[in-house]
Each structure stands twice: as structure tokens, then as C-alpha cells.
Ligand binder design. Structure first.
Ligand code: BES
Ligand code: MN
Ligand code: ZN
Length: 493
């Protein structure tokens, strides 16, 4: 789908299939509406007078004006009071308009959406492609009967202010790249574990390398991981028939090729059964989403390449599968991590931190400016923040603040949790340096405390996306979070 900004004060003479016009709920309509009203011999004002249209927020009315010289369809949509029109109201309007366009199979539109309240034009332009993708995306790869397709190919948005057109257009194009990245993340994350294993993640990484000149992908299998002493990572995958593979995607966009990169590390448990500390059957299917951190890295790296960002970024997908087996690691085992720190395994279901700790040690070699890990790490995070906020922790207050700020800007909410030394006592071990599970209380924070033992050499933040990466129930599926927040963070750099 193509999104375009047209510098224009009027919708007349637009050669599209359908004109989409926003109607104010107050007495006064915009010049754009008045002009169309005149052209249609007062059709709109008559409909307002008769009460058939009211400008009620999100309400749509499709008209087929049979008037000589007027070839377009007219889709009227209520926007409430223009002056109160903000981003959340725009979201509702966009959702309803797109639903109508899908139902009527409309292929091209011209819309005055960005002119309703210019204070919000930039943010609406940036979010528009994301909202459109969000309601039209269906994971129907494995369905015999596919969902109805959106045939909308062209969205023209008019904007009156010539000076600002350039920057609005830039926002729109960025929004399109972000929307596509979210889509890529969703599709990868929704793949079932019998198809999407660590090998599959590696292949997707290689495909990115093939598509983008600026990306370089390297894969490390079990042999390589063993050579690096990544024993905690390997222990988790030992019960699985699928090989553990760490996929590294490098992007060099900075003028100074040696500039310190921002490193993203994604938990890529393609299935988490819990291992010998096996999970209950209910909802175990959802543990195919335990690779959403890796899928996030995948989407963000695609966007980084698309945006040609002038920075260096490294994305790591830590692919692995946690299964029970005669060869699986056990509770009570003591593992020597790549860093030398020893870990007593209390619970084989606390596997994410074991895979991540070695990966976090591995990335020291990139001399990172900052490291951000993204992981569906703890059920406790859902208890703490529900499905609304991603949890943010780290060893660098500035980095944490920047991430929360980016999350607000991107409408991809995140909330900082405390992580002071008081919590570290919970991961003391009697026979090793630390245990891998710190008990029920403050589980999200003690998991972060565990990771903090491996991130002392750089600025680090940890995103717990257990509550935000996917939805359960009737709308089961990956959300593509926190791709938008991370791209915003990188754009801000
Ligand atoms: N992948 C899970 C966390 C999870 C569970 C995310 C449910 C979303 C929904 C993780 O590997 C896990 O099992 N964590 C344990 C840790 C515990 C054993 C210390 C948990 O949260 O119960
Ligand atoms: Mn687990
Ligand atoms: Zn897990």
C-alpha cells in the first residue's frame, strides 16, 4: 500500500475512486466540506439538516452521488468536534474508515484526515500506516479459507500548509516502515514451533542479509557456542532435537565504521515447555510466542535497514528450545556460564535468563554503546503491569528514561520498575554463585537482577515483554510490540 501527501487545500479534482471527508459534529464545517457540498448541490448540508449525519465520532456514511461530472464515491466520517480531535480520536476514525473500505473493496482514496486538527497531523501521519496494518492483518497462512483482503492500494492525504508538508510526509514514510516492521515481527512470531525453530530464525536472518546490502548475518550453532563456553545457553537446548543457534545481524550505518553500536538481544525460545520443571497444559500452546524478543529484533533490524539510520546496530536472536528429555538439563544442575559465574538451576522453566546471560556476555565483543535485551521473561511481569505496559529495568537510569520516553512517543507503552540491591539477595545460592529463580515475590525484578550480573561492562536495559508481546483468547496472536518503541528509540539517537 502506498501512502502519499498532496499539498492541497481542496479535495475537488482528485482523481481517486473515493473521497473521504471528515464531518464536524458542531455547526461549522471545513472549507473542504463546504466545497464538496457545493459541488454536490448541497447534498451534505441537507443530510446534516435532516439529521442523517451528525459528525458523531467514527460514524461512517458512504454515498454514491449521481451527479454529472462527479465520479467519485463519497465516504463521510464523523470526527466529533474538530478542536478536540486528537490522536486517540483519530485512531477510532481510521479504524472505522478502513473497515468500510475493506467491506466495499475500495482501492484508492483521497482523505482530509491530516487537516482536521493540525496540532496532531505529524503523530497521526506516523501512526496511520500502523493502524491500517493492525486492523487488516490476519495470520491466515495455515487457513484454507483466507480472511477478506484489503485491496486499498493508494492513500492520498491532502495537507494545506506547504512548509510543513515535507516533515509530515517524512513522518508518514517513517510510519510506513515501522508498520511493515511490526508486520514482519508479527508474522515471524505467529509461526508455530514445528516450523519456527532456531534454524528457521537463522534462515529469516539470512534472508534479511540477502535483501539488504547494509545487513550482515552470521549464525553460530552448538559447536561454535560450545567453543565459546556458552554452557548455560547450551544447557537449555540440550533436551531439544532442534539445534540451538544464535543469529547475529550487523548493521553499519554510521559514518565512522568503528562507532560503538547499539546492541539488541532478543530471547528466542521457539518453544518453552518448561523443560523437566514442566508447565501445566493450559495455555502451553502460547509458549510458541516465547521467541517474541527475537522476532522484535528481526523487525527492528529490517526497519533500521529501510530507514538507513546513520548509526551502528547489532541485533542478536538467541534461538533455542526448552524441552524435557533424557538428555535435558535438570533442577539442581550447576552451570558454568561463559562469564565464569556459576548458576544453580532451581527451575528449568527459568530458562530465558540462562540463554540470555551467555548472549549478554558474548555481545561484550562489540564494545557496545548500549545493550537492550527484549524477552518474554516472566509471568510475574503480567501480574505487575498487565498486558498494557512493557517492563523496563537496567543499570543505567538515562537509558531507561530514554526508552520510556520513546515508548510514550510511539504509543507503545513501557514502565520502569525498580531494581536496587535489596532484590539481589533473592538469587543467592548455597552451592553456586547464584540461582536461576528467585522465588515468587518480585519475580520480574529478580530475573532482571540475574541478568544484571552479566551486564556490568556496559550500559544495559532489559525489556520484559511477557504481557505485551501477544494476545490470548479469541484474538490470539502476536502484537509486534515493542518494535515501535525500539525504532523510536533508535530514531532519537
Ligand atoms: N517464558 C516464560 C515466561 C512467561 C510465562 C511469559 C507466561 C508469558 C506468559 C519464562 O520462561 C518462564 O517460564 N518464567 C518463569 C520463571 C520462574 C520459574 C522463576 C515464570 O514466570 O513462571
Ligand atoms: Mn520458562
Ligand atoms: Zn520462557
Amino acid at each position: 500500500m502506498e501512502f502519499l501527501i498532496k499539498n492541497s487545500h481542496t479535495l475537488t479534482n482528485q482523481k481517486t475512486e473515493c473521497l473521504v471527508i471528515t464531518i464536524d459534529s458542531g455547526k461549522k464545517q471545513s472549507d473542504i466540506v463546504n466545497e464538496i457540498d457545493e459541488l454536490t448541490h448541497g447534498m451534505i448540508s441537507q443530510l446534516i439538516k435532516s439529521g442523517d449525519i451528525s459528525g458523531e465520532l467514527g460514524k461512517t456514511t458512504l454515498l454514491y452521488p449521481c451527479i454529472a461530472g462527479f465520479t467519485q464515491k463519497l465516504l463521510l466520517v464523523g470526527c466529533g468536534k474538530c478542536k478536540e480531535f486528537d490522536f486517540s480520536k483519530a485512531k477510532k476514525v481510521i479504524q472505522n474508515v478502513v473497515k468500510e473500505l475493506v467491506a466495499k473493496n475500495i482501492k484508492s482514496i483521497t482523505w482530509d484526515l491530516l487537516t482536521v486538527n493540525t496540532a496532531y497531523s505529524s503523530i497521526i501521519a506516523k501512526q496511520l500506516p500502523q493502524i491500517v496494518n493492525d486492523i487488516t492483518y490476519h495470520f491466515d497462512l495455515f487457513k484454507t479459507e483466507k480472511a477478506p483482503k484489503l485491496n486499498l492500494a493508494k492513500v492520498n492525504l491532502i495537507y494545506g500548509d506547504k512548509e510543513q508538508t515535507q516533515s509530515i510526509s517524512c513522518n508518514l514514510q517513517q510510519g510506513k516502515i515501522i508498520a511493515d516492521a511490526i508486520l514482519a515481527t508479527k508474522t515471524l512470531a505467529n509461526m508455530p514451533s514445528n516450523i519456527c525453530n532456531a534454524q528457521y530464525l537463522a534462515e529469516q536472518g539470512k534472508l534479511l542479509d540477502k535483501t539488504y546490502e547494509s545487513l550482515k548475518t552470521t549464525c553460530l550453532g552448538e559447536k561454535e557456542l560450545a567453543k565459546l563456553n556458552m554452557n548455560a545457553y547450551l544447557a537449555v537446548g540440550r533436551g531439544s532435537q532442534n539445534e540451538s543457534i544464535m543469529t547475529v545481524i550487523e548493521y553499519n550505518g554510521a559514518k565512522d565504521k568503528k562507532a560503538q553500536p547499539i546492541v539488541l538481544v532478543g530471547k528466542g525460545l521457539t518453544f518453552d515447555s518448561g523443560g523437566l520443571s514442566i508447565k501445566p497444559a493450559a495455555s502451553m500452546d502460547e509458549m510458541k510466542y516465547d521467541m517474541c524478543g527475537a522476532a522484535t529484533v528481526y523487525g527492528v533490524m529490517q526497519a533500521v535497514a529501510e530507514l538507513n539510520l546513520p548509526i551502528n546496530v547489532v541485533g542478536v536472536m538467541a534461538g533455542c528450545e526448552n524441552m524435557p528429555d533424557g538428555n535435558a538439563y535438570r533442577p539442581g544442575d550447576i552451570l558454568t556460564t561463559m562469564s565464569g559465574t556459576t548458576v544453580e538451576v532451581i527451575n528449568t522453566d527459568a530458562e530465558g535468563r540462562l540463554v540470555l546471560c551467555d548472549t549478554l556476555t558474548y555481545v561484550e565483543r562489540f564494545n557496545p554503546k548500549a545493550v537492550i535485551d527484549i524477552a518474554t521473561l516472566t509471568g510475574a511481569c503480567i501480574v505487575a503491569l498487565g498486558h498494557h505496559y512493557t517492563g523496563v529495568m537496567g543499570n543505567d537510569e538515562k537509558l531507561v528514561t530514554q526508552l520510556v520516553h520513546a515508548s510514550n512517543k510511539a504509543d507503545d507503552k513501557a514502565w520502569a520498575l525498580p531494581m536496587d540491591n535489596d532484590f539481589q539477595d533473592q538469587i543467592k545460592s548455597t552451592c553456586a554463585d547464584i540461582v536461576n529463580a528467585g522465588g515468587r515475590d518480585g519475580g520480574t525484578i529478580t530475573a532482571a537482577c540475574f541478568l544484571s550480573r552479566f551486564t556490568q561492562k556496559y550500559h544495559w536495559a532489559h525489556l520484559d515483554i511477557a504481557g505485551t508481546a501477544w494476545k490470548s483468547g479469541a484474538n490470539k496472536g502476536a502484537t509486534g510490540r515493542p518494535v515501535a518503541m525500539l525504532i523510536q528509540y533508535l530514531l532519537d539517537q
